[in-house]
Design a protein around this ligand. Structure first.
Ligand SMILES: NC(=O)C1=CN([C@@H]2O[C@H](COP(=O)(O)OP(=O)(O)OC[C@H]3O[C@@H](n4cnc5c(N)ncnc54)[C@H](OP(=O)(O)O)[C@@H]3O)[C@@H](O)[C@H]2O)C=CC1
Ligand SMILES: O=C1O[C@H](COP(=O)(O)O)[C@@H](O)[C@H](O)[C@H]1O
Length: 598
């Protein structure tokens, strides 16, 4: 396991006085990795750094392999030949982890262009996340946000639009209105077509005006439908790339519909971008509890030794939403729940959960391990899956629509809005352990969780005190990703009193009770990582290939055989087929038991 350490940095020009921007940046980076409850991260850092300053040395955050923690490692070192030369130089410089000097940092600018700025995701998630980062002082001194879309908007109209969704949410934010005004003043708009190099050249001119000759770093966020990804990447890379700093592109899912289309998309993007410029986002990787999965496992002795087929009976990855595809039916019908949730969000969690210990916390080491797990997993077959679709339902005088009531969905659509699947990882650690996934829309609750059910205690002395159902008496570790983040472990406990009766109790870590700090939105973490060049939480192209290889044969078979999904009422617990699938593997879904922890 990698350890974070502070080691002497050769750059004698580094200004490490507590008021310097270098100091603040390092402090921020430090506080993202280490947190000691009860004592502010900053105060720990301050005392630490003061002692270092006294020793008259300069320090830089490093991982155990000696590279900066946010250093970049090229998996595919083939930087394109036709990128502007100085641009390639900078990519190489970044790739080889040569630090950018402090002078460069101070004089550099960051431009974030949200392509598809008029859309749902941009308004709901991206602009609010950027504002939250600005409010918390995570963005660099010189930054500008540009919205780009076809809609004709002025800067003022963009500001009005995004001000509707910016919130002052974090712990009774002080001066929030002022901060919001300051942020909005940094936001600008450029209307243009997605396939027009000329329009991107106009964007480039505006970016240059704001950059005022400083070293420019540019981040493009593609918040647009996938059919125009390549057009935008072509125009942006040819006409609006940075000439002296880095250019990175965040790409939203879906990354294709199957192995073939995903491979095609990757090849097209790589005509214009090097792999290390592409940040494929899976926002579940930015969720607090998903990030914590590795911390829990690798930094607690009580868990890692149990993390194998010897002690774990099954693992369950569960996603449910209590609303349908309302408003997104057009998109959804072309993808379905398996592509929308399982192939990406749940599979990413599975890979993180099941991977071997990475050599270090570096992005490439972690992603190497994830790829290995995915490649060891057996591709899904029809018999490993059940699919469902929600139907209309009336409850308490209120009626809820069927999936096919959506005017953008064909009446005879067979697209699954629910699926359950059993996956198996064919390696020494996980041989024979079912990894069950369940994902559905229009169910009775909104929830995402990871459930780990452990084996029976062999020869349990207290067997007869459990009553008849031994299954219910096994330990279960639950990581509730959302809502109301929590980690709890179900244990057997003696009910206080003179007799010997056991019950099921929870060792419970409820985040809202333990931590006062509000949990940042996944998009905040991921945007910040992309800005810092940290790729750990983004999907590498070989990971993506391995993920599609598991699901593509199944998806083809479902479509070719026109498998009819089992109907389930809107607001229910989903199709009964999911129980049978679990029972076939001797598993009981943890979210259905009566003792769900609230
Ligand atoms: N919304 C969400 O919750 C999530 C979305 N995503 C992904 O993020 C991306 C953006 O999602 P979302 O904001 O919902 O998408 P939208 O449908 O809202 O599209 C974003 C913008 O793209 C432009 N646009 C829409 N359709 C077309 C078209 N057919 N041709 C050209 N331009 C078009 C529109 O801008 P204009 O007309 O002004 O040019 C629109 O405002 C998608 O890839 C989506 O799959 C991923 C996870 C969640
Ligand atoms: O990627 C997607 O995720 C959302 C659920 O995200 P969450 O953070 O709100 O849990 C889902 O509604 C959408 O269908 C899917 O495309």
């Amino acid at each position: 396991m990698a350890t974070t350490r502070f080691s002497p940095c050769s750059s004698s020009s580094t200004n490490f006085s507590p008021s310097s921007s270098s100091f603040k940046n390092q402090a921020k980076l430090f506080s993202r990795f280490i947190s000691v409850p009860g004592k502010s991260d900053f105060s720990i850092w301050v005392s630490h750094i003061h002692s270092r300053i006294r020793a008259k040395k300069h320090f830089r955050l490093k991982s155990s392999n000696g590279h900066p923690l946010n250093a970049v490692f090229l998996q595919d070192g083939s930087a394109r030949n036709h990128l502007p030369k100085d641009h390639v130089e900078l990519q190489r410089k970044e790739g080889s982890s040569i630090p950018v000097s402090e002078a460069e940092k101070l004089e550099s600018t960051l431009s974030i262009t949200v392509v598809g700025a008029s859309g749902d995701l941009a308004k709901k998630k991206i602009f609010p996340a950027l504002f939250a980062l600005f409010y918390e002082d995570w963005l660099p001194e010189n930054f500008t946000v540009f919205g780009y879309a076809r809609s004709k908007l002025t800067d003022e109209e963009l500001r009005n639009m995004i001000s509707q969704t910016l919130t002052c949410r974090i712990d009774k934010r002080e001066n929030c209105e002022d901060k919001m005004d300051q942020f909005l003043k940094r936001c600008f708009y450029q209307a243009g077509q997605y396939n027009s190099e000329e329009h991107f050249l106009e964007l480039d001119k505006k970016l240059k005006e704001k950059e005022a000759g400083k070293l420019s770093n540019r981040l493009f966020y593609l918040s647009i439908p996938p059919n125009i990804f390549v057009d935008v990447v072509r125009c942006a890379s040819l006409r609006a790339s940075s000439v002296n700093g880095w250019t990175r592109v965040i790409v939203e899912k879906p990354f294709g519909r199957d192995s073939e289309s995903s491979g095609e998309l990757t090849r097209s993007l790589k005509q214009y971008l090097a792999e290390d410029q592409i940040f494929r986002i899976d926002h579940y990787l930015g969720k607090e509890l998903v990030e914590n999965l590795s911390v829990l496992r690798f930094s607690n002795l009580v868990f890692e030794p149990l993390w194998s087929r010897n002690y774990i009976r099954n693992v369950q990855l569960i996603f449910s939403e209590d609303f349908g595809t309302e408003g997104r039916g057009g998109y959804f019908d072309n993808y379905g729940i398996i592509r929308d949730i399982m192939q990406n969000h749940l599979l990413q969690i599975l890979a993180l959960f099941a991977m071997e210990t990475p050599v270090s916390l570096d992005a490439e080491d972690i992603r190497n391990e994830k790829v290995k797990v995915l490649r060891s997993t057996k591709p899904l077959q029809l018999e490993d899956v059940i699919v469902g679709q929600y139907k209309g339902h009336s409850k308490g005088g209120k009626s809820y629509p069927a999936y096919t009531d959506d005017p953008t969905v064909p009446k005879d659509s067979l697209t699954p809005t629910f699926a359950a699947a059993a996956l198996f990882i064919n390696n020494a650690r996980w041989d024979g352990v079912p990894f069950l996934m369940k994902a559905g829309k229009a169910l009775h609750t909104k929830r995402a969780e990871i459930r780990v059910q452990f084996r029976h205690v062999p020869g349990n002395l207290y067997k007869r005190n459990f009553g008849t159902d031994l299954d219910k008496a096994t330990n279960e570790l639950v990581l509730r990703v959302q809502p109301d983040e929590a980690i709890y472990l179900k244990i057997n406990n003696k009910v206080p009193g003179l007799g010997m009766r056991l019950d099921r109790s929870d060792l419970n870590l409820l985040y809202r009770a333990r931590y006062t700090r509000e949990i940042p939105d996944a998009y905040e973490r991921l945007l910040l990582d992309a800005i810092e060049g940290e790729r750990r939480l983004f999907i590498r192209s070989d990971e993506l290939d391995a993920a599609w290889a598991l699901f593509t044969p199944l998806l083809k078979e479902l479509e070719e055989k026109k498998i009819i999904p089992e109907l389930y009422p809107y607001g229910s617990r989903g199709p009964v087929g999911a129980y049978y699938l679990a029972a076939k593997h001797n598993v009981r879904w943890g979210d259905l038991s009566s003792d769900i922890h609230e």
